[in-house]
Ligand binder design. Sequence first.
Ligand code: GDP
Ligand code: MG
Length: 223
Amino acid sequence: MKRVISVRKRALAANDERAGSLRERFAAAGTLVVNLISSPGSGKTSLLEATVRRLDPGLRCAVLEGDVATQRDAERIRAAGAPAHQILTGGACHLDARQIVTGLEEAGFTDLDILFIENVGNLICPTSYDLGEDFKVALLSVTEGDDKPFKYPAIFSRAEVTVVTKIDLLAHVAFDLPAVEEQVRTLNPSARIVRTSATTGEGIDRWCSLLTERLRAKGAATA
Ligand SMILES: Nc1nc2c(ncn2[C@@H]2O[C@H](COP(=O)(O)OP(=O)(O)O)[C@@H](O)[C@H]2O)c(=O)[nH]1
Ligand SMILES: [Mg+2]
């Protein structure tokens, strides 16, 4: 057991080092990097489709898609109008910094303003792996149940932004939105919470404004 813990610690330390180099690279390029984490099906790809359609077309955006199998999400993003590259983990439950380095080489993305990383769908493993991002985003759809932030505290305390998705379905499910927001604030008092619907477009402007504010702040900090 002790040996397993120490091997895991070494793997995370090696990942942190690679992520640190990625972060320096992204800072030098002025690229804002956003790591999206949620359960499968909570709406990460749908939010990204709506985002690339809504963001100022002058912004250069691209998406690295993480999945166990299939090219489906990268195809969806390309159909929505942005470059995308699929990283297949072949079974692993998270992306790591090494896969981001390789994925960027293979994709050949250059001069990006915003790089979105859609992590493999689950609320646990991706939380521990730094990818050199500026911030993590946790998504929680209203159909998943309103007890999830306290059940998965690590991701909701580390994510600077929580997006409550599928808000158009709120009237049809038992989901106590104020209670969810209270749990998120208890875990992370400075978290920004945004409610969105990729279906109706509600909240997408607010989410895009948050991204452009962060991009501007990063540009000002590195100028
Ligand atoms: N009603 C509704 N359905 C949504 C919304 N966003 C995503 N979905 C649906 O939820 C399912 C999973 O979405 P997807 O974006 O693939 O989730 P991902 O696995 O987190 O990337 C799909 O059937 C989407 O059409 C939304 O805002 N409202
Ligand atoms: Mg997806």
